[in-house]
Design a protein around this ligand. Structure first.
Ligand code: UDP
Length: 242
C-alpha cells in the first residue's frame, strides 16, 4: 500500500500532513500498485458536519486519505499545535493531476451543460490529458450501476466525483467496487470552476486564507452554509482547552 505520511487530528478527524507533491506521489503509487484509495478533500464546513453527525463522521474516518481543502483546517491544525505543511485543495489537486499528462480520468458531477463546457476547456487547456469518460451529476439512483459499469469499462484510474459533500463521497463508497477504479476523489464544485462558470478567488485571497470571503461576496447565497465556519472555530477552540 502507498505510504500515507503523517496524519494529524482536527476535532478528532484525520487529516494528512502532506504537501501537494506528496499527495500526487501517493496517488501515482496507488495507481501503479493497482491499489485503491478514497480521498476526501475536507474543509471546515465538512469537518463541522462530521463532528456533529455520526454518519458523516464515518465517511471521513474510513477514508484512505484526507486532504486539507480549506484554510479553516490549516487554522485549526495550528491551534492544536500540529501545523500542516500546506493546503491541498480539491480544485488544485484536480488541476495538478490533469497538468501532468498521466493516468486515465473519469469525471462525474455538475449540471449537464457545466460538465460539457468543462470537458471542452480541459481538452484545450491540457491537450495531453486522457479523459476516458464523463457523466453529469443529476441522475436517478437506479442509473448508478450503469454509470459505475461505464467507469469500469473505460478502465478508469482516477475518478473525480463533483456532486458536493457528502453525496459524492457516499456515491464513491457505494459504487467503488463496481467502478473498478484505483483512486476516487470527491471534489465538490470543481467542475463549476473548470467550466469557467465560477471564478476562483485571486491568489492574494487564497494566500491570506480568505478564499471563503471572496466566495461569499461573489455568491451571497452561501451565507447559510458558511455559518458552519464560526461554529467549527468555536468547536476547535473548546476542543483545544480540553
Ligand atoms: N451537484 C451534482 N449533483 C447533485 C447535487 C450537486 O452534480 O445532486 C453538483 C453541483 O452542480 C455543483 C457541485 O455538485 O457543481 C457542488 O458544488 P458545491 O459548491 O456545493 O461544492 P463544494 O465545493 O462547496 O463542496
Amino acid at each position: 500500500m502507498a505510504a500515507k505520511g503523517r496524519e494529524i487530528r482536527v476535532l478528532g478527524l484525520p487529516v494528512s500532513d502532506s504537501t501537494m507533491e506528496e499527495t500526487l506521489a501517493y496517488i501515482d503509487k496507488t495507481v501503479a500498485e493497482q491499489g485503491y484509495a478514497r480521498i476526501v478533500t475536507m474543509n471546515a464546513e465538512i469537518a463541522y458536519l462530521a463532528a456533529t453527525d455520526q454518519k458523516v463522521r464515518h465517511i471521513i474516518e474510513t477514508a484512505d486519505y484526507v486532504t486539507s481543502d480549506g484554510s479553516g483546517i490549516l487554522w485549526a491544525a495550528e491551534r492544536y499545535g500540529t501545523p500542516l505543511k500546506e493546503r491541498v485543495s480539491g480544485i488544485d489537486l484536480v488541476q495538478h493531476l490533469l497538468a501532468r499528462g498521466k493516468h486515465r480520468f473519469y469525471f462525474l458531477g455538475a449540471h449537464p451543460d457545466v460538465i460539457e463546457t468543462a470537458m471542452m476547456k480541459i481538452h484545450s487547456d491540457y491537450p495531453d490529458v486522457s479523459i476516458v469518460g464523463y457523466h453529469d451529476g443529476y441522475f436517478k439512483e437506479e442509473e448508478s450501476a450503469a454509470i459505475a459499469q461505464e467507469i469500469a469499462a473505460a478502465q478508469t484510474d482516477i475518478l473525480f466525483v463533483a456532486m458536493g459533500f457528502p453525496k459524492q463521497d457516499q456515491w464513491i463508497m457505494e459504487h467503488r467496487e463496481e467502478a473498478g477504479i484505483h483512486v476516487a476523489i470527491g471534489v465538490g464544485g470543481s467542475l463549476d470552476v473548470l467550466s469557467g462558470n465560477v471564478k476562483r478567488a485571486p491568489k492574494v485571497f487564497q494566500k491570506m486564507g480568505m478564499e471563503w470571503f471572496y466566495r461569499l461576496c461573489t455568491d451571497p447565497k452561501r451565507i447559510k452554509r458558511m455559518m458552519a465556519l464560526p461554529k467549527f472555530m468555536s468547536l476547535v477552540k473548546k476542543d483545544c482547552k480540553k
